[in-house]
Design a binder for this molecule. Sequence first.
Ligand SMILES: Cc1cc2nc3c(=O)[nH]c(=O)nc-3n(C[C@H](O)[C@H](O)[C@H](O)COP(=O)(O)OP(=O)(O)OC[C@H]3O[C@@H](n4cnc5c(N)ncnc54)[C@H](O)[C@@H]3O)c2cc1C
Ligand code: FES
Length: 246
Amino acid sequence: MKYAYIIDNVQESENVNTIAFSSDDDIKPGQFIMAWVPGINEIPLSFSSINKIKKITVKIYGEASEHVAHLKRGDYLYYSGPYGKPFTIVPGKKLLIGAGTGIAPLIPIIDGNTYGIISGKSKKDIIFENHFKDRLKIVTDDGSCGMKGYVTTALKTVDLDKFDMLYVCGPEIMLKSVFDYIKNINVNAQFSLERSMKCGIGLCDSCSINGYQVCTDGPVFSVDQLKNMDEFGRTKLQYSGKRVYF
Ligand SMILES: Cc1cc2nc3c(=O)[nH]c(=O)nc-3n(C[C@H](O)[C@H](O)[C@H](O)COP(=O)(O)OP(=O)(O)OC[C@H]3O[C@@H](n4cnc5c(N)ncnc54)[C@H](O)[C@@H]3O)c2cc1C
Ligand code: FES
């Protein structure tokens, strides 16, 4: 188990905070840590910055994420990792597609040749739009920010042939809608999957999808890998181990 001093905490929106800490860990975009909240749980969290000053952007769902989101300067973050297969970064034009806090792990990929689509239920779910300058489309379910509609509404306005790689992160339902939109056209894409995780190191099988373990075989998967996973966007294991359908 490692630990780091928190050096900053910035509130991004009503229930999303970014914590910053210094560490020498060599992190690649898309990798994650297991953050340990003593007495509560260990949860997977990705990096929204991978420089010497590392950043993690946390949305509050339950006790563990609430604890991490409220860590303040001088507190410790306990964690293990980094874990998981990162995004493969290609030269050329990149399109980053993130839903809500799903945009956070894509931020380290940004370079001078990057465009973005950020989707959310409403304006309060849109974060990190400033990182893209004018190279960004925003789409919200209720139209309170950007276009009204879903992520595919924005995709339809983009010439995907121009991009060398799409990088996609968000809830699995959103990933599936992007996957279905692009699966029959000739475009390269990588998707970061979120599944229930307990160990983070391939031991417990709680994150499994069609025999793959998202913590070690992923979380990043290619279009070709996903084409062979009939559980993708259809069914997953809950934290309790119970199988549920989306
Ligand atoms: C590889 C990976 C990377 C991740 N990176 C990040 C990250 O960078 N930032 C971040 O905020 N989260 C990230 N997550 C999700 C994060 O791990 C969960 O939100 C966290 O485990 C919730 O723990 P909790 O104890 O606070 O809530 P719990 O007590 O586990 O859950 C409380 C309630 O919220 C629901 N819930 C929990 N998590 C989610 C979710 N992600 N989406 C929708 N409903 C949920 C539960 O079903 C439950 O009803 C990542 C997950 C994975 C697998
Ligand atoms: S979280 Fe245990 S095998 Fe993936």
